[in-house]
Write a new protein. Structure first.
Ligand code: GLP
Length: 241
């Protein structure tokens, strides 16, 4: 295998140079990369090196191949740590993305059987139902549907949920902190209504993340169903024994 001056495989260096062009926006999402043969000539490296570099870019989600058409620059993915207890706002800001929220629904309802079971409250217990579209850098990324027990989270009725972080309000103003999460991830297809909100086509792949958040006393403070756009979300996990 060819190596660069630094002793690393040459294809890694080629991959990193191409990745820089993508990350800087010089090669914007959707543009087609030159063919393997053209890149071989332009970069003055072997075809195998180019092939390996492109494969590495594909593994990192920076490009994708369309059979018979070529290799294209992918949309950048928003990374979410699957093990984070933090809010959407914090998770986006931490990675340098600008979060925002649009309230699609806010209502006070009597818990249905399913919601009551999830929140571990009596059937008919008063809960808030909050549905928001969350954007990252203006990109419609996720529809969050959350249920909060009213007896614990009454402050939510008084704040502008388009302008605040719910977790921030719960912690700073009510001393409620999410300390444990039980969560599942599942691939689903967008309904017509979800597709419209997320600006994709009906049937588009989404990731459904269902969460139960527990406070320090072990009480469920949130039952959430978040629908992330599959084309621009990536969930990462750091696991240690
Ligand atoms: C994350 C969680 C949601 C939670 C939201 C609160 O996205 N998955 O369950 O409702 O954060 O976000 P924020 O505090 O920014 O309103």
């Amino acid at each position: 295998m060819a190596v660069s001056e630094t002793g690393r495989p040459l294809y890694i260096q080629v991959k990193e140079n191409l990745a820089k062009l993508i990350i800087s926006g010089e090669w914007p999402p959707g543009i087609r990369l030159a063919s393997e043969r053209e890149l071989t000539d332009q970069l003055g490296v072997s075809r195998v090196t180019v092939r390996n570099a492109i494969q590495a870019l594909e593994e990192d989600g920076l490009v994708y191949r369309v059979h018979g058409k070529g290799t294209f620059v992918a949309k950048p993915k928003m990374e979410m740590n699957a093990h984070d207890l933090i809010s959407f706002t914090s998770s986006m800001l931490r990675r340098g993305n600008q979060p925002s929220a649009q309230v699609l629904e806010f209502s006070r309802i009597s818990a249905s059987r399913k919601v009551a079971k999830a929140l571990e409250v009596e059937l008919g217990h008063q809960v808030y139902r909050v549905r928001r579209l969350r954007r990252a850098n203006n990109l419609p990324l996720v529809i969050e549907l959350s249920f909060f027990p009213r007896d614990l989270c009454s402050r939510l009725e008084e704040v502008d949920l388009a302008a605040v972080s719910i977790y921030h309000v719960l912690y700073e103003e009510m001393g409620i902190q999410c300390r444990k999460v039980h969560q599942s991830l599942e691939a689903v297809a967008a309904t017509e209504e979800e597709a419209q909100i997320l600006e994709v086509e009906t049937g588009f792949p989404l990731m459904l993340v269902e969460r139960l958040c527990y406070n320090t006393d072990g009480r469920v403070i949130e039952f959430a169903k978040d629908l992330y756009r599959g084309d621009c979300s990536r969930f990462i996990s750091d696991l240690e024994p």
